[in-house]
Design a protein around this ligand. Structure first.
Ligand SMILES: Cc1cc2nc3c(=O)[nH]c(=O)nc-3n(C[C@H](O)[C@H](O)[C@H](O)COP(=O)(O)O)c2cc1C
Length: 257
């Protein structure tokens, strides 16, 4: 009989590999607060330096606010892919999409911003019913957690970098939890990549920016279509070096179980 720990390991690995970016949702199918609670709770189990927990989540329930955040995502996408990035470059990046019609559609969705309409949460574009905004402490990292309050950042080694790393782990936990619960999700940052947008979203949500900074959003909902495949990944032997930069690892695959 297989030992239970190793079968849990397989379940976990399958969950990790089965998580995909979902951008089409059943907008009118609500996600219960009980599920949302579990997702945010899972986020909070992420590690953070000194257990600083330098994060806050804003659950955007106001439809007008969600729409505005989505509009910023669409506007920036049009600027980035529709105006700044040359078409050949977009084609080069998407050449892993073998079927030409699918590649053309993806390109069209990027240059028109359609790809990120889901962030608005509107049924006409299969929007996500839930939008979370992850905010991290930017200037006094450590103050966000009562037992460390007053010490964080004082000695100079708790930086924004710590918050961003921890916040990313928080969101990944949320994303995996959502997947495990049968939901779809997708993180997005395009609406928070430009300083002006960070400021606008901070004002919209009353975030005390710049001390606290919104870094990413997580859309959540029931997926409209099942997605079984995502973009390809580089295998470990391509991204791992041994002892020296550029000296690729050659794993002995036979011994892998
Ligand atoms: C830092 C970061 C920023 C991202 N920004 C966006 C975004 O603005 N909009 C979006 O729809 N997806 C965004 N994504 C999702 C990625 O496009 C997606 O995870 C990646 O293409 C791999 O696909 P997969 O998640 O299905 O494996 C972002 C992911 C990360 C980690």
């Amino acid at each position: 009989m297989e030992n239970p720990d190793s079968s849990n390991g397989e379940i976990m690995l399958n969950l990790i590999k089965g998580r995909h970016a979902i951008r089409d949702y059943e907008t009118n199918r609500p996600v219960s607060e009980a599920l949302l609670y579990k997702i945010i709770e899972a986020g909070g189990y992420a590690p953070s330096a000194e257990n600083q927990q330098p994060w806050r989540v804003i659950l955007v329930k106001d439809q007008a606010k969600q729409r505005r955040i989505g509009e910023l995502a669409v506007e920036r996408t049009i600027e980035l892919f529709g105006r700044i990035t040359p078409r050949q470059e977009i084609e080069r990046r998407l050449n892993y999409v073998r079927a030409l019609p699918s590649r053309e559609r993806t390109i069209d969705w990027l240059i028109t911003g359609r790809r990120f309409e889901y962030i608005k949460g509107e049924p006409e574009t299969d929007g996500a019913p839930i939008l979370l905004v992850l905010v991290v402490e930017a200037t006094h990292v450590g103050n966000s957690q009562p037992t460390l309050r007053g010490t964080g950042g004082v000695y100079g080694w708790s930086s924004l970098r710590h918050s961003i790393i921890a916040g990313s782990m928080f969101l990944q936990n949320c994303w995996l939890a959502a997947t495990a619960l049968g939901l779809g999700a997708c993180v997005s940052s395009v609406q928070l990549d430009h300083y002006d947008d960070v400021r606008e979203i901070s004002e919209l949500l009353g975030i005390p920016h710049p001390h606290w900074t919104p870094i990413m959003c997580l859309a959540i909902g029931y997926p409209k279509f099942p997605r079984v495949r995502g973009p390809p990944r580089q295998p470990p032997e391509e991204i791992t070096y041994v002892d020296t930069w550029g000296k690729n690892w050659q794993p002995q695959k036979k011994s892998m179980k």
